[in-house]
Each structure stands twice: as structure tokens, then as C-alpha cells.
Write a protein that binds this ligand. Structure first.
Ligand code: BG6
Length: 255
């Protein structure tokens, strides 16, 4: 019956959070590799988690990706009474417009009647250009907001999938493959041991900043992401909450 199924999921959630060494795991049914609607369920679960954890005024830093785009779709105006500001976690890291953090932040703000900021940083700039961009008062202000976020919402991707989806140079792609990267998050690429083997150079949130942020929510599902999730979780702060699906969870508990 349904109760058995529910308690079955609860047991898996416990086992998974323990295995990954993180605060909490939330598992939705299905496998997002096979059924696209499962991403909406990941979104719904994430929205509930945000609602439960955030009170009053908050800055929420968000990464890009199709999973985050699905989260944005599931946010509703009843969350709006809370005074939220959405900021992109990092500058341009080569995604398509619909997958970009800027676009997703705008949508999240729109769906919750709250505010957002944008961070426009070209992907390929010279060092001199970069140095002058980060001195721009507007950019500086957004960076300060990012660093004072109380929540981070982020995706986790398969390393090669992400490297290919972004317009990664041939040279960097070789480097990523050679180093046997399996996972990616925030523009950082990780090997199976959780070591950073490559990083997209951009401004905004750096991996080390995560430990200062109260709520860190990773949203990633699909059995094909199991290796990526395992790798990233070796580096993730132990306060991390993972929102995932059964497809990934079963694979994660096997390994
Ligand atoms: C990217 C994020 O935009 O999306 C990454 O910056 C993440 O951190 C990736 O790995 C995940 O994408 P998707 O489409 O699988 O949710």
C-alpha cells in the first residue's frame, strides 16, 4: 500500500544521507532520465524545502541548468510574502540562455513576486578586461550579495555532458577527459575522488564559500548522474541537502 511505499522512501532517504555524509536527502519517485516530469517533482520538493527553511528576508544564490529551470517553474507566489532576492551564483559559464543562472533567477523572482539581480560576465575575456569588470560598482554589489546569501540552490551535472554542452575549448575538453572528471557543479569539475580537476574561471561564488552559507540545496536526479553526485558529495559541505529521484538514489545506494 501507499504507506509502505512512503516508509520505503523514508528508509532510502536516511540511508542516502548517511552514505553521502550530508544533512538530508529528499527522494521523489521516478527517474528523470526516463520521465521528464520527474524534474517537475524535483522542483516541487525543492520549493517545499525552501519554504520550510527560509523565513523573512533572504538572498538566494542560484546556478543554471535544466533542473534549476524546472525548480523555477514550480515556485509559486505564496512564497512571495517572504522577502527574497535571487542572484546568480556565478558569472557566465557558457550555458544556453534558457539554462543560464541569470534567466533562471529572473523566472524565480517572477514566479514569487520577488526581486533578482543579474551578473553579466562574458565567457572569454582577457585578464585586463576581467580585472576592470570586477571593479564595476554594479558587479561589485552583486558579488557582495552573492557572498551574503543564506541559501544556495545548485545543480550537479555529468562532467562530459556539461563540458560538451558548454562551448568548452578543445584543449579544456581534453584536460577534463584526461583527468577522468565525472561530475560538475558551479563550473568546477570533479574526479571520482571528489578532487577539482578543472574550473571555469569566473566571478561569483567559489567552492570554498559554500561552507559559510546556511542552506545549501543540491538538486540532481536521474540514474545517469549517480557518479557525478557521488563525486561532488565528497567535496560538498556536510550541511548539504540533496533533492534527488529514485533513479539516482537506487544507483547511489548500490555503489
Ligand atoms: C549548470 C550548473 O548550469 O547546470 C551546473 O552550473 C550543473 O552546476 C548543471 O551541473 C546541471 O544541469 P542540468 O541540466 O543537468 O540540470
Amino acid at each position: 500500500g501507499i504507506m509502505r511505499e512512503i516508509s520505503g522512501i523514508a528508509v532510502m532517504e536516511q540511508a542516502l544521507s548517511r552514505k553521502l555524509g550530508i544533512r538530508q536527502a529528499i527522494i521523489v519517485s521516478g527517474n528523470s532520465d526516463e520521465s521528464p516530469w520527474v524534474k517537475q517533482e524535483l522542483g516541487r520538493a525543492t520549493a517545499m524545502c525552501m519554504k520550510a527553511r527560509l523565513k523573512g528576508k533572504n538572498i538566494i544564490a542560484v546556478t543554471g541548468g535544466s533542473t534549476m529551470a524546472a525548480v523555477a517553474e514550480m515556485l509559486t507566489p505564496d512564497l512571495a510574502e517572504r522577502d527574497w532576492l535571487f542572484v546568480p551564483a556565478r558569472g557566465g559559464i557558457g550555458e544556453d540562455v534558457k539554462n543560464q543562472a541569470n534567466t533562471i533567477c529572473a523566472k524565480m523572482a517572477d514566479h514569487t513576486d520577488s526581486r533578482h539581480r543579474v551578473l553579466y560576465v562574458p565567457d572569454q575575456v582577457s585578464k585586463e578586461m576581467y580585472e576592470s569588470i570586477i571593479k564595476e560598482p554594479n558587479i561589485k554589489e552583486v558579488i557582495t550579495q552573492i557572498k551574503s546569501a543564506s541559501m544556495v540552490l545548485h545543480g550537479i551535472g555529468d562532467a562530459i555532458t556539461m563540458a560538451e554542452r558548454r562551448k568548452t575549448s578543445e584543449e579544456d575538453l581534453e584536460k577534463i577527459k584526461h583527468a577522468k572528471a565525472v561530475g560538475e557543479s558551479f563550473g568546477y569539475y570533479f574526479n571520482e575522488g571528489g578532487e577539482v580537476v578543472h574550473k571555469v574561471q569566473t566571478i561569483g561564488l567559489q567552492l570554498d564559500d559554500l561552507s559559510h552559507i546556511e542552506h545549501v540545496i543540491a538538486v540532481a536526479g536521474g540514474s545517469s548522474k549517480a557518479k557525478a553526485i557521488t563525486a561532488y558529495m565528497k567535496r560538498a559541505p556536510s550541511s548539504t541537502i540533496l533533492v534527488t529521484d529514485e533513479g539516482a538514489a537506487k544507483q547511489l545506494l548500490k555503489g
